[in-house]
Design a protein around this ligand. Structure first.
Ligand code: CA
Length: 377
């Protein structure tokens, strides 16, 4: 399976009247790589951080020349070579996002070549319907009523199996409104009732002491997990919070290598959340799943992307024997319908794992042509 062409481009979401410049570096687009071989095309996407443009540039300039002419079936060897050749560009971020995109594209291609969905090539699915949770962002900026209205709307529209309230807020600012955060958590618990699974995502906005105070309240309120209570780069602090609380503390969406996921586990974190568009794509996530299985740690991937990332994540999740939590479905998933004909969407509290070859995604080619934005020249 000889790779003949590697394309990189953004796919715009939403209003096409919006000026192209305003889409660059925003979350209004997805950073896509398309790998061609033997008349087939495999699609992948890079981490959306700053629009993913930097990862696309690294693919176009530094990676594509090594891929042309390579056998697509040798893809793990090819990508490992590229990681080590470019490692001084930074293994955390742009390069790993680029490699994740290529890995997903090459699995899509491989699935198309064999006429099988990715999960079959990975060893088969334990389940083809995966419960999802609605991941609801932006709650630091809302008052209690605003949080409740937002949660109610998502409950009604999506009928999720669980809900995660994310704080987001200003990066670098910590312990801003602990009492207010607790009030919002209490109000949401009251709204959904005692039995409904809830999670709380601090998005790294607490000190260790504040995290433990908030965590104790979340335990009392029966929250299922407490996500990223402290700064992601303070790995020991994350482990300290995890070990001092009874509630499950999770982290790992900002881990880009297997080694950094291992460091989190060593620190005491017992639920890790690597992201398929950052952490090695399908191959990297399967390695994380094995690492978690070896350590008895919960493997619950982070996932924010509407179409390619979501589908790739579902293929991996379907193969995991011990799936302990629902899959993440973040705000904005409906964008997928702008370009993809049958991207997974909520269906009775679940997402259905695609069964077509590769990722199993079908593209509206006419719409793709209108929404494509070339950024790498
Ligand atoms: Ca998070």
């Amino acid at each position: 399976m000889k790779i003949s062409k590697v394309e990189t481009f953004l796919v715009r979401w939403g209003d096409l009247a919006r000026p192209a410049e305003s889409v660059l570096g925003s979350t209004a687009a997805t950073a896509v790589v398309a790998v061609h071989a033997d008349g087939m095309v495999g699609l992948g996407e890079a981490s959306p951080m700053q629009g993913g443009v930097a990862s696309l540039q690294v693919i176009a300039r530094e990676m594509a020349p090594s891929l042309i002419g390579a056998d697509g079936l040798d893809h793990a060897v090819t990508l490992d070579r590229l990681l080590h050749r470019l490692i001084k560009l930074g293994p955390d971020g742009i390069v790993t996002g680029a490699l994740a995109a290529l890995d997903i594209a090459l699995w899509d291609l491989k699935g198309k070549a064999f006429g099988q969905p990715i999960h079959k090539l990975l060893g088969g699915a334990w389940r083809t319907r995966i419960p999802f949770y609605a991941s609801i962002g932006g709650n630091a900026a809302r008052d209690v009523d605003g949080v409740l209205r937002t949660v109610e709307a998502r409950l009604k529209a999506e009928q999720p199996s669980a809900i995660k309230i994310r704080w987001d807020g200003t990066r670098g600012e910590i312990d801003r409104d602990i009492a207010g955060d607790i009030a919002k958590a209490r109000a949401v618990r009251k709204l959904v009732g005692d039995g409904f699974p809830l999670a709380f995502d601090a998005n790294n906005r607490y000190s260790v002491g504040a995290a433990i105070r908030v965590g104790r309240v979340l335990e009392e309120l029966g929250f299922a997990w407490f996500e990223e209570p402290v700064e992601s780069y303070h790995v020991k602090a994350m482990g300290e919070v995890a070990q001092r609380l009874d509630i499950t503390v999770s982290a790992g969406e900002q881990s880009y290598t297997l080694q950094s996921v291992a460091a989190l586990i060593e620190s005491g974190v017992r639920m890790v959340q690597p992201d398929i568009v950052k952490m090695g794509g399908v191959t990297g996530l399967m390695q994380c799943a094995a690492l978690c299985h070896a350590h008895g740690v919960e493997f619950v991937p982070h996932q924010t992307q509407p179409a390619i990332g979501n589908a790739a994540n579902l293929h991996v999740l379907s193969t995991v024997m011990h799936a302990t939590r629902p899959a993440e479905l973040a705000d904005g998933w409906a964008r997928a319908a702008d370009t993809f004909v049958d991207a997974p969407k909520p269906d009775g509290g679940c997402l259905v794992v695609p069964q077509g070859p590769g990722l199993g995604l079908a593209i509206d080619q006419a719409m793709l042509a209108r929404r494509r934005l070339d950024v790498t020249g």
